[in-house]
Design a protein around this ligand. Sequence first.
Ligand SMILES: [Zn+2]
Length: 485
Amino acid sequence: MRRSVTGVALAATVLCASCTDSPSVTPSAAPSSAAPAAPAVDYTAWQAGKSTLVADQLYPEHGNAGLDVLQYDLKLDWDPAEKVLTGTATLRIRPTAAAGEIKLDFATLTVDKVTVDDKPATGTLAEEKLTVPATLVADQPVTLVVDYHGAPKQVAFPSHRSDAKEGNGLRPATDGGAWTMQEPWGAMTWYPANELVSDKALYDIAVTVPKGWVAAAGGTPGPVEGNTYRYTSAVPTAAYLTTLAVDKYQKVEQAGPHGIKLTYFVVPKTDAKILPSLKKSPQMLTWLESMLGPFPFETGGALLNGSISAMETQQMVSIGRSVAGKWTKEDQAYFEEVLIHEYAHQWFGDTVTPSTWTDLWLNEGFAQYIQYLWEQKVQKFSDADLERFLRQRDAELRKKVGPPGKPDAAEFAESNVYICGAAMLKELNDALGDTKFFALMKAWVAEHKNTNQDRAAFIAFVDQNTGKDFSKLINNWLDSKITPK
Ligand SMILES: [Zn+2]
């Protein structure tokens, strides 16, 4: 996510996150003992979606550490006239422990039908959770299918950032389109999801829209059949990193570094001016690759939406049109900084994801530091200037919102996790020199591709690869109430 543009914390709008609970859906037919057994499902193809689950200490009410979703197959239909989403979600789930129910994050929509392993089941929606009774055995995967529909509404964004007033999740646009921003959660507004940052899964998404409309989503774009748009994530993706947008898009394709297909979704009427900046993506990604190693996914790109923020959604970053401002020279430079930031996250955040939200600095500290290096390259300011700026902001932020390693649950993604995290990385860079520092960054990503990691793993990796003890430096920058010397 990009950091707040303004330092002014606006009062959060009170959002009604599905105040009305849907009644239970009862099975339409009782399972018959005479029914032939459903053919056994071969889950081998989805093993790449296996995760090491870690219960989240910061947001224990979201996600379920007892369920490892291996794959989500989402068949969606968006009706721009009615602003209604209709979906069938098929989830391949590996229970990590025996349990009597499947409990997932799901909000604001109505459940029409539920099956577990082809047998009718009951789905109850309450307090942003879908609960389905089922007999779960550890490591014996089950298939959950949920049919649903409704007008999506947003859920609360636990922060006072300037963009928190937008809320999180799928949002119908006034002209009939739709888009989503959903960190740390919000996927639950358009499909039943395990909103646990450590549960990465594979995705197959098919979205049908009326003629004249185009659906964009994260993952690798597949063939368009009629007005159905397909996207596949063949590598694990965390729920907060998925995206969906429906608009009267033009799809623009470009070859990225070493032939990576880049796709941009722009609305010609409003976004034509922005397209030349998007088309700088191959140079930007080549610059990022020189420091961080190969782009970690098979395709990339960006979509524009109605937000005032931007997100590093996997393989397809989501950027709000407002980020482009009035498209002055300064606005254009800022837009490109945001684009670099979200692209840097493809390495730091997307392919290597924190195990819990407590380590959000592992995402934002890195993306922000890379963004500053880009600004330094473009604006040609000195290293001493960057050092001075970082130390000054670091001191202000530690005083105002505390150290980056101990984030406040009510202040998700405050500037401290960005700027104080970046300041720590600058110290590490200065201590190691560019050659060793960037070799370390490349190795961190290459050796932890498609995984979740935490502070202890990062410190152990740095120490092992440098042969020096950097634990004091890193812990001090993450935990100290004042800027370390
Ligand atoms: Zn970010």
